[in-house]
Structure formats: structure tokens, C-alpha cells
Design a protein around this ligand. Sequence first.
Ligand SMILES: Cc1ncc(COP(=O)(O)O)c(C=O)c1O
Length: 628
Amino acid sequence: MWKIEDAIDLYGIERWGNGYFSFNKNGNLSVRPGKKETLAIDLKVVVDNLSAKKIKFPILFRFPQILEGQIKELNGAFSHSISEYKYNNIYQGAFPMKVNQRREVMEEIVKFGKKFNQGLEVGTKAELLAALSFELGQEALLICNGFKDDEYLKLALNAVKLKNKLVIVIDEFSETRRLLELSKTMGVKPLIGIRVKLYSKGSGKWAESGGESAKFGLTTTEMLDCIKTFAEYEMLEQLQMLHFHVGSQITEIRRIQKAVKEAARVYAKIRNMHINIKYFNIGGGLGVDYDGSKTSSDASANYTIQEYANNVVYSLKDVCDEEGVSHPIILSESGRALSAYHSLLVINIKGDKNGNRNKLIEMRGDEPHIITELYDGSKEINIKNYIEYYHDALENREELLSLFNLGEIELEEKSTGEVLFLQICEKAAAFARETGNKSDDFDDLNKLLSKKYIGNFSTFQSIPDFWAIKQLFPVVPVSRANEKPTQYGTIVDITCDSDGEIDKFVDLKDVKEILELHELNNGSYYLAILMLGAYQDTIGDYHNLFGAANEAHIIMDDSGGWHIKQIVNGDRNCDVLGYVKYNTNSLLASFESEVVQAQRENKISKQEAEEIINNYKESMNQYTYLDM
Ligand SMILES: Cc1ncc(COP(=O)(O)O)c(C=O)c1O
């Protein structure tokens, strides 16, 4: 008897969901924006509601209250560690815009972060221009990182005249003198930070952001030269932040501890030079447990947010006390941990590919010997002989191919042989499941038999980090979790690219190459790809001209109900054509002239001409994804 707990365990949803996701008793994916079991949104109900409103799939769901939950959790964790270790200063966050620049997301982060004096971190001129529009808390910082030309510096220095807590971080030595010169010319004294290059590295996929050969940061020599230059310009009192960043998604807590200790020592030595550094900025890196394993695997982190805060606070305090320097304000630029959970993509499944194995095979009686053998195998296989029969079938398939290559059998016979082979495999796999046979042989067999579920989405647009670096994201059915999934599958997208396939899935022990899913019946089948809120929104690309998905922003009410805060329309065909520099009016004009010409040559009637043009205009305004 399959129970809902079996589905919760199979998909690991309560291991990686951080309390925000589960399946309800109806077998539907439920979202708990406030982590309360009693206040849960049945996502299938929302999906059906949007479907009835003719909102097309794929749909990206955002749950702004999850952003609030994560901001509270991070600030709460630091506040707890600070009191536990009697640390003599406070913690402040600064959300790094690169992680999700979307206006609606930023607005929520700024709103919820205000009472924690959460600031923003930007890395480019465009991000700074956007960040300047937000009203931050009194003590919140606006931190300018990244490579900076004079235009960037000028924009930041002008902003200093309006915002008293803007920090310009020197990420690269050559910025030092340019910044100081411009400050002098403009008569502005900004708060300044320096990013140091540590020997310590992070761990996981982004480990190379740290260490000696990191792209950003000053070496010890450069840092000392930088300080001398500040003294030369009589600007030493403006040097108030020490910053480092050893990479995103640090999977091992000891790496964080090591980096904090190394940077704390640098901080203490600079303080001992009578330089009044106030802020100790530990950058990003706080990991997210995408696979729920709580290990140092690339898709996980072997620590909690509380352990992260404890390690940072304790290690920093330890070094400061040993060196006899005051405790600085701790600042982190945590982005992934705040935003990853808040969005998920629901895709509808268009169908599956199964290699025609359900075809009924009838024998005439004069088939070649190899076909008869496969046919007999398919009839005689049973729970006692299935291992032997499966191995025989593998040999038969080899022979089938050789005979075909030698010209001894026809296409029709090759097709019959292939179908029979798959039918034997299917039966063998069922017997292996029944007997609990988990040998490698049968793992391969499940892969061979897995179906390709065709999902209405683009990997390139919606889960770019899976496509680019095989970062794992959880995938679960939106409904039917109360039914045992009986099929293995991968999920192919609708781009014309074989890379557009999700064929790696989160698992407690190892990465899975196939996922347990339900047989498609005649109804619709939806899958959710979760934890997409960090980096995916703007790294996604327009391959094949599939654009941004429709969005629904959902709020949980205190009464237990929910409402749609906002629907944001995804890209239409005319939008994506605009991104690649087509002028849709010119496209229409040239199409119209072709239609007129065809009409003139009597290839089409006047009525047909009108219909063709109207259809073209309608297509321009349609959603880029399949209408199904
Ligand atoms: C300087 C800096 N700060 C903060 C971040 C955000 O890191 P995370 O998303 O891991 O918190 C990054 C991203 O790599 C970064 O480069």
C-alpha cells in the first residue's frame, strides 16, 4: 500500500524543503510560506485556478512570504549567535542584486529587510541605477562591488551626496587612485571598503572564486600599497570595510571557518595600524541544501544557517579577542540562501516517448529464427527465470543488429525484434522490482526503459544552471503523490537541442539519472521544478526564442486561504523577436507585401490574404511556449 509518507520520502521533499514544501493528504504539492502545516497552499488547486483563467503554462510561481521567512531566519540566527557568544557588535545583511535583480523580488526583499537594516550589494552600473531607487533602513548599506570605470565611480560618488551609507569597495588595485582622485575632484568622501584575496578557498562548484588566483581582491602587498595611497590622500578614516568572498554555495562549514579566521587576522592587523575598520563583510557563500542530504556534496551544504552564523561569530570573536581589537559589525552578502526557495516553475507534460513497446506483436509463423526466439522469450519470462531471459534478450538484440547489418533481415523484422526486446525488458524490470533486485544490471535496465516526458518549458530559459553546470534542482509531481509512481523518466524540454533535458535528479545518496514518475493517463500531468529563486531569473537565455514564463505571485492569508497578488505576463513572440533586434512592424510590412504579391498572382484569394495576415498578427502576440 503506497502512502503519502512514501512519496515524501521518495522525493525527499521534507529533507530539502526547509519546511516550506510537502505533499498533502490529497497527494498534491503543498507550499507553506510561513512553515506552518496548518497554513498551506495546495498548489494543484492554484494550478487549476490559473488554468481556468486561461493563464498558460509554464508558470513561474513566486511566494514573497518565503523571502520574508528566509530574511528572518538569517537575521535570527546571527542574533542568536551574537548573544550566545557575547559578541560585542551586530549583524547586518546586504542582498547581492546579481542573485535576483527582478524588481518585484527586490521590492519584497527591501520591504522585509528594512527592520533588519538589510542593505543591497551591486556589481554594475545598471544594478546601481536600480538600487538607488530603493529606500533602505537608516543604517543599511548600499555596497558597490565589481569592476569600476570612471562612469561607475562618478555615479556612486554622486549618490554618496544623497545616501550617507554608500560603500565603494576596491575590488581591484587599479581602482584605488582613480577613486581617490575622483573623490577629491568631486569633493565627496565616500565610505570605502577593500576586498582582500585570501588563501582560503570555498568548496563546491564555485570554489575557484576564492584562493590566490581569484579574479577579485587585493594581495597583501596591494592592500598595504592601497592603505599608503589612502594616507597620501588623507582619506584613511574613510576606509571602513574589509571584504572577502570565497565563492557561492560553500558546501563545507570548515572552509567558512578557515576563511573567517584568515580574514579576521587581516582585520585585526589593520585595526592595529589605527585604521578604523567598522564592517567585516564576509561576502556570500551561505549554501542551500538542494538535495536534502546535509552533506558536502555540490548540491548540498553540511551545515545549517544557525551553524553558519555560529561559526562566523565564534571564529571572528576568537581572533579579535586574541589580538585585542574591538568586534566589528558583521556583514554578509547572502543571496542564494535568501532567495532560492521563493520560486518554482510548474510545467505541463505534453506526452512521453516510449519506443512503441506497447505494440501488439502477432506472429505469422515464417519469421526468422531470431524473431521467434525473442517472441518466445517475451511469452515465457517469469519471476524465476527473468534474470536468465533478460541476459538472453540482450544477446538476441546484438544478433538482431548484426543480421540487419549483414542484410539478412528486413526493416519490418528489425522493428518487430526491437519491440519484443523492450517487452522482455519491461517484464524483467517488473520482476526485479517485485523481488527487490537492486543489482547494477537492473539499474541500467530502468534507464533503458525510462520514458522521456516532454515538458512545456525551456531548460535554457528557466533552469540555466542545470544546463550550464549541472546544478541540481528538485523536481516533483504537482499531484498524484498518493499514487505509487510506476514509471522511470527524464524530462525533455521543447527546445531543438538535446542538451535541453533534465537527466540528473536530487537523491539522498547519489545523483539519480532517472526519476520515478506516474504513467500519463488522459488527464493533464504537471511537474514542479523547485528552488529556482537564486540566479536563474536573469542568467536564463533565449535559446530558440523561448522567453520569460508567465508568473503568478501567491500570498498565503492568515485565515488559511490564499490569493494571487499579481500575474506577470511572460514574453510574447514579438517581445523575444525584439530582443534579437527585429522590428516587428518591419517584419509585418515585409510579410504583408509578400501576401499582396501572392494575391496579385492569383495564388490566394482576397479572403485568404486577410486570414493569413490576421493569423500572422495574432502569432506575434502569442506566448512563446506551446499552447496546450
Ligand atoms: C561579491 C559577492 N557577494 C555575494 C555573492 C552572493 O553569494 P551567495 O549567493 O552565495 O550568497 C556573490 C556571488 O557569488 C559575490 O560574488
